[in-house]
Design a protein around this ligand. Structure first.
Ligand SMILES: *Cc1c(COP(=O)(O)O)cnc(C)c1O
Length: 419
């Protein structure tokens, strides 16, 4: 959570919480726009640079509208995500469709539903594309050549992409099937804050692109260096040096162009970097118990924020507006209400002493927060709010109700008799 967002939100937080009711995620329009502009500025020396916002990070139409305003495209991986992008008026060139284990229905929607830049995950999918589009991209998994990180794991154990030994064949085959324009994609890290790692991968991608030219005479039009740009979740973590990354990529492309006489465009597909720091989950403390540990029970649970329960060692900073450490601190677990012991927002965290009724602000939930939520245990997902640049607050998704939970139980009788 940026200091600016804190300064915009905290003075009004109690009034917002009283008006809309807790829990909710609230996003900072000014912060999202500022980060988007900074990304563009960092890559301004890279000709044809474009960000394709990873829709799964924050799949809300009101947020996607901001991406559209900034000139971003959309990275989609499912039919509903394609529908969301097209709902913003996105046309074929504005959508990267990066699916994994793609189904026939997904290919139909991706191609016949309005077109997209098809990013194929494997050579075996070439024959399954109903009609080979003119422009095709492959997702390359560099395997042991590149170190991964905790969230995605080592590349050679990751399910994504095809190998360095396979990709030349993949482009050859796609060309035989009718493709005439090409891109190259990789994404091997998640939440990476060291720009040198991303830059190193970009340089390797340029080498792989060069090999396509050497062997097949194919010059990829673009190189999509993926998402995975990290944000600081912990107060001691340093931010990604996006300016250094942009400069480094610009230099690498310049050198490539000087050697090879053409210049591929660079695309990114960040999610977390754009919206992660610009959202928080606001929840109220409703219970407190002292057993073997002290537990502070919040009125939100994993249905609103899965990350701490899903990825070990995930940290989300928590602040308690209005309480200072001078009032006393204690070490607590902050929990939700699910019958699942992983349902904790913080484990053995030192926080100011929290009383029932206090608001808790769980930081950096603007990406892979609400969207990862689920309804296990009949726990419903909360509303999403937007703190507009003007200072007003808008509901951009209502909270789920039991009717939503029961909606899939409304259907016509459908029985297959015994043969
Ligand atoms: C999830 C995903 C992204 C976005 O990841 P962030 O960590 O949010 O930047 C980008 N591209 C692909 C293919 C993804 O699966």
């Amino acid at each position: 959570m940026s200091r600016d967002f804190e300064a915009r939100l905290l003075p009004d937080l109690e009034r917002i919480a009283a008006h809309f009711g807790t829990p909710f995620h609230i996003y900072d329009e000014a912060g999202i726009l500022d980060t988007g502009e900074r990304l563009k500025l960092a890559f301004s020396r890279v000709k044809g640079f474009r960000e394709y916002f990873a829709v799964k990070a924050l799949p809300n139409p009101r947020i996607l509208q901001l991406m559209k305003v900034m000139g971003f495209g959309f990275d989609c991986a499912s039919i509903p995500e394609l529908m969301l992008a097209r709902g913003q008026g996105a046309r074929a060139g504005d959508i990267m469709f990066t699916s994994n284990n793609t189904s026939a229905a997904e290919f139909d929607e991706a191609i016949d539903g309005g077109g997209c830049i098809l990013n194929l995950d494997d050579i075996s999918l070439i024959d399954k594309v109903p009609e080979m589009p003119e422009l095709v991209c492959f997702r390359l998994n560099p395997g042991p050549e590149v170190a991964g990180n905790k969230i995605i794991g080592e590349p050679e154990k990751a399910k994504f992409g095809l190998t360095v030994d396979q990709y030349v064949d993949a482009y050859r085959t796609a060309r035989e099937r009718g493709a005439s324009r090409f891109g190259l994609h990789t994404m091997v890290v998640s939440n990476q804050r060291d720009y040198r790692h991303i830059l190193d991968t970009t340089r390797r991608m340029l080498l792989w692109a060069g090999k396509l030219d050497d062997v097949l005479g194919i010059q990829p039009e673009f190189i999509n260096i993926g998402g995975g740009f990290g944000i600081p979740y912990g107060p001691a973590e340093t931010p990604l040096d996006i300016a250094a990354l942009g400069e480094g990529v610009a230099d690498a492309v310049d050198q490539f162009a000087a050697r090879r006489g053409y210049r591929p465009k660079i695309y990114t597909e960040s999610g977390r970097y754009i919206t992660g720091p610009h959202g928080v989950l606001v929840t109220r403390a409703i219970n407190r118990k002292e057993t073997y540990r002290i537990y502070v029970g919040a009125d939100a649970c994993m249905s609103a924020l899965m990350r701490p329960g899903m990825y070990p060692d995930t940290y989300h900073h928590i602040s308690v507006p209005g309480r200072t450490p001078e009032d006393g601190v204690e070490c607590v677990d902050v929990t939700g209400s699910l019958c699942e012991n992983n349902d904790k927002f913080a484990v053995q965290r030192t926080l100011p002493r929290i009383e029932d009724g206090d608001l808790l602000v769980i930081h950096d939930t603007g990406a892979h927060g609400h969207s990862m939520g689920f309804t296990y245990n009949g726990r419903l997902r909360p509303k999403e709010l937007l703190l507009r640049s003007t200072g007003s607050v808008e509901v951009i998704r209502r909270a789920e109700t039991p009717d939503d939970y029961f909606a899939t139980l409304q259907f016509d009788p459908w029985i297959l008799s015994k043969a």
